[in-house]
Write a protein that binds this ligand. Sequence first.
Ligand SMILES: Cc1ncc(C[n+]2csc(CCOP(=O)(O)OP(=O)(O)O)c2C)c(N)n1
Ligand code: SF4
Ligand SMILES: [Mg+2]
Length: 301
Amino acid sequence: MSAVAEAAEPQSEKLTKKILTADHPTWCPGCGDFAVLAAFYKVLEKLQYPHEKIVCVAGIGCSSRFPYFVNSHGIHFIHGRALPLATGVALSRPDVHVFVFGGDGDGFSIGGNHLNHAARKNIKMTYVIMDNSVYGLTKNQTSPTSPQGRKSKTDPQGNFDRPINPMKQLLASGATFIARTHAMQVAHMMQTFERAIQHDGFSVVECLSECVMFYPGAFDDSLPRKQGVWDVIDETQHDVTDDVAAFKLADLPAPGKFGVFYQKKLPTKNEKELNWIADTQAKLGGLSQKDILRKRFEVMR
Ligand SMILES: Cc1ncc(C[n+]2csc(CCOP(=O)(O)OP(=O)(O)O)c2C)c(N)n1
Ligand code: SF4
Ligand SMILES: [Mg+2]
């Protein structure tokens, strides 16, 4: 690299929790989302990505406040629309690391359609769905993962509807990395985030994160200290590239399994687009992307 280029690209600072910490989180004391944020800081400290290459995107919800609390590029966008926005960032800026955060309502309800399409297109990003099985921000409505019979402001008689099964839904959508963890199982959560981030493709982690205000104790059945069962997938027995086997694991009754259900390396849309751009430039004698676009517009006149 020339001296001029070196001067133009200053060395990134060492990433520390102090550098990554932005605003004071405004979640309720005891909210599971604090542990998710702490785990994210720790994993980023370990991975040491250049600070200026980190982008956090979210929709709307308590969990979707996440980008406010991370000192990085961040966007707090429309409810359920984080993934299309993040897709644009990921495809137009292959040099950055895109992280998306949000709730079960944001991801599986209003944003469910976008989740299917971002997954099948295999856009390179990591999406953490902080699942508290309730709409927290709007104060206790039934969410797509609320169990049958649970009473809420929208179902005072108890929820009639069957909840979705996030792992099955993600498998059917074609996501290439699918995992499940728990905000109170910190070591497992950090390992899972790290594997998800290092996956080259669309990685999704469903992270159970208790809403202590509106749904306390929702996930105690998977915490041994609350007499629950913490059942981690044994990858010596489960082939993570086998989607049928993953579907069977996802069919187990609550509290179900935790860990990586599925992982497969498939070409990302990012790499396909980059190859297409490079081929087109080569065919057109090394024209810049801007000039290729200009030429295209001239044809369309
Ligand atoms: C288009 C639109 N519809 C509805 C709302 C109201 N709203 C805001 S957050 C939210 C649900 C939040 O639940 P979830 O995504 O699970 O996040 P949590 O607060 O539980 O973390 C709703 C319905 C909105 N802001 N915008
Ligand atoms: S309402 Fe629930 S999800 Fe929202 S900050 Fe409070 S505890 Fe967390
Ligand atoms: Mg929620």
